[in-house]
Design a protein around this ligand. Sequence first.
Ligand code: FE2
Length: 366
Amino acid sequence: MALDLDLRTPIAYGWNVFEELNLHVPEGKAMLVLGRGSARALDLESRVRKVLRREIDVFQGVEPNPSVRTVMEGSETIRVSDPKFILAVGGGSVIDAAKFMAVLARHGGEVMDYITGRLTPPDAGYPVYAVPTTPGTSSEITPFSIVTVPEERNKLGLRHPSIYPAKAIVDPELTVSLPRDQTASTGFDILSHAMESYWSRNANPLSRQLCLNSVRLIRKHLKNAYEDGASRPDREGVSLASIFAGLSFSNTGTTICHAISYPITVDTGLPHGMACALSLGPTFELLVEKGADGMEELAECFGSSQDSFREDLIEMMRSMNVPTDLDAIGFKGGAERIMSTNISGFQRNFTLDINSDDVRRIIEDM
Ligand SMILES: [Fe+2]
């Protein structure tokens, strides 16, 4: 049987590749989509205007964990401007939101129409050129867009091959000023993507090698990038880890650690990657206990073993000031709150069967 690995978004990667932005986007008017904090901190609008010789309209203000409202507002701005392409410059939230806006602006409908599958995007709408200023979500190379839906008290996603960005321009230099807490959170998001993709039902030997490489790079570079943000080899290492994890999990999807993280983030505000990392150790141990294959190799890439993986992970999290259990973050809902969200799709995405009692055990073990 053939092994499938869909690598649909071309990637321009390299230190200072942002300075060559002109070479990587089409002619015609751009709609620049920006966030809040990162856009200001990095002065992104003026930096883009300096390097990009195009007419530029701007939609600014995508918040972390972007809301349905922001996505609708942005889509309206894009519809009125009718650009040739969208240039999303920012963290994962900005790129996620831009992908959804692009679909809505061209094809109409509401956010929930696409999330529930009532509508399917026939294509990306407007082509999205994505420049990440944080590693982590890998949104610049995935067919996912995650938005926060207040009525559902959850983060929900659109996953469709038509929303792969038209191109990713990945410049690790843009991540140099990322503060420590965000370096930690985005780094653990990468680790979660790599590990969950590895033990996904949809994994294959091609995707698994990408995951193992990603885990190895995170182990080698994340702590150093956290301690010395200006370290070029370490920022490059983490950016590469994000690309490898993204190429893999855009094919396989994630598993229960992501599903568990969403209500935790919505209720407590704990950053996404930190919320994902909370359940990695318990999930790893459950899979070892159930005899999932390849777990020793996964642990080895983390410089660990099956027996000591969880302890080593906790030590790494503590060293970067990342909470290591649910009590520490004041999450009140317990297993019931998490299991009342729609986790079944994530639960089914394991190499072996994981039932509700298993999920409860993971949560209670966090
Ligand atoms: Fe994630």
